[in-house]
Design a protein around this ligand. Sequence first.
Ligand SMILES: [Fe+2]
Length: 191
Amino acid sequence: MSYPDYNSCLKSLTDEGVNTKVINHVKAVHQFAVIIGNKFVEQGHMVNMPLIEAGALLHDIGRSNTHGLAHALAGCEIAERLGLPDDLISIIRNHIGAGITKEEAVNNGLPSEDYIPLTLEEKIVAAADNLAAGDILQTIAQHEESLLKKGITEGAKRCVALHKELSEMCGIDLDILLAGNKKSPGKTKSC
Ligand SMILES: [Fe+2]
């Protein structure tokens, strides 16, 4: 399976009309996801790095249409039109927070289905996204606090649980891992 490389992903984002702020955000998510993915590899886990990289860059492509929760589904439609692989489309579909349950989906006007990250690649992109406030690294506690302020209680719990799950698998808290490795946003190396 082949996945679009860094420059192809950026071209798709630009072609679809994704704004600069979102592009800077996905570059930061890409940077964080690569650090987390590389740590998983170092720990002996099987992860598909080209899939993680493309997923991190394209997860918000649907924001060219809407910034609401439906941006995940809008992104899937774009990715399908672009002929992208199913596992990449699943990252776009399941990236919001640490996923959305069927019940929450219905309450938010989405089709009645679960949108929960299941594969390691889906989880890594979702967790990296949670740690990017725009293009700035934040801690999971800061993310949790911002969700709780919006009344997203169950979503906040799931984000913390996902962060813990991946941190345990990595052997290091993701907050510490990223704080120790992060370069300035915008200086992400091309893949
Ligand atoms: Fe995002």
